[in-house]
Design a protein around this ligand. Structure first.
Ligand code: SAH
Length: 194
């Protein structure tokens, strides 16, 4: 079962590899930790939950907004076919690329830029995951989601968001489900917080 595979992957992946500052020693705690540039690596329990909600398989092409440390990206690359990940801070993207290529992943394409607009070139995507908090669900991301696709996105106020599961059915109708309160750093950019 995929759930067990995700837990096993979590147990075998050293989160410390994704942290290169004084917080590295706290890598094994289930807590968000600073990774520089006022950004954070999410707590493992949330990364596991979001990965599960995406219901991935090897045929999935996934768009990720907010590469950050690359920790969540590793879960996506492990359980999906192809991953497209966007990060606005070049230094973070570069470090994530190094870590993930060292781990041997060859199914990830990286981009530095504003992910609130999505990545039109490779759309539509089977899955989209946003790992920064938006005010509203960016319409461009909904557009770039395949029919029958799923998106996980924290949306709401700057201090506290709700984790949303957005499902686009075969007719293009959108259904949104809330999975509880979460706290992420801000999604910036054109369709994020300015
Ligand atoms: N999933 C990451 C967590 C990243 S924190 C991890 O596991 O480490 C959120 C990231 O989103 C930050 O690195 C931030 O720079 C990035 N971000 C915020 N707004 C963005 C945007 N519009 N486009 C791309 N990345 C963005």
């Amino acid at each position: 079962m995929l759930q067990n595979d995700i837990y096993e992957f979590y147990r075998n992946l050293d989160r410390g590899l994704f942290i290169d500052n004084e917080y590295k020693k706290y890598a094994h705690y289930d807590q968000a930790l600073p990774i520089g540039f006022e950004q954070t690596i999410s707590q493992p329990s949330l990364v596991i939950e979001m990965t599960m909600m995406l219901d991935l398989n090897k045929r999935c092409r996934v768009l990720e907004i907010g590469t950050g440390s690359g920790y969540q990206t590793a879960f996506l690359a492990q359980f999906a076919g192809e991953v497209f990940t966007i990060e606005r801070i070049a230094e973070l993207s570069k470090k994530a690329q190094k870590r993930l290529s060292k781990l041997g992943y060859k199914n990830i394409k990286f981009k530095v830029g504003d992910g609130s607009k999505g990545w039109e070139e490779h759309s539509p995507y089977d899955r989209i995951i946003v790992t920064a908090g938006a005010g509203n669900i960016p319409g461009e991301l909904v557009n770039q989601l395949k029919l029958g696709g799923k998106m996980v996105i924290p949306a709401g106020k700057e201090e506290l968001q709700e984790l949303l599961l957005v499902i686009k059915d075969e007719n293009g109708n959108i259904k949104t489900e809330s999975l509880g309160p979460v706290r992420f750093v801000e999604l910036k950019g054109k369709y994020g917080w300015h």
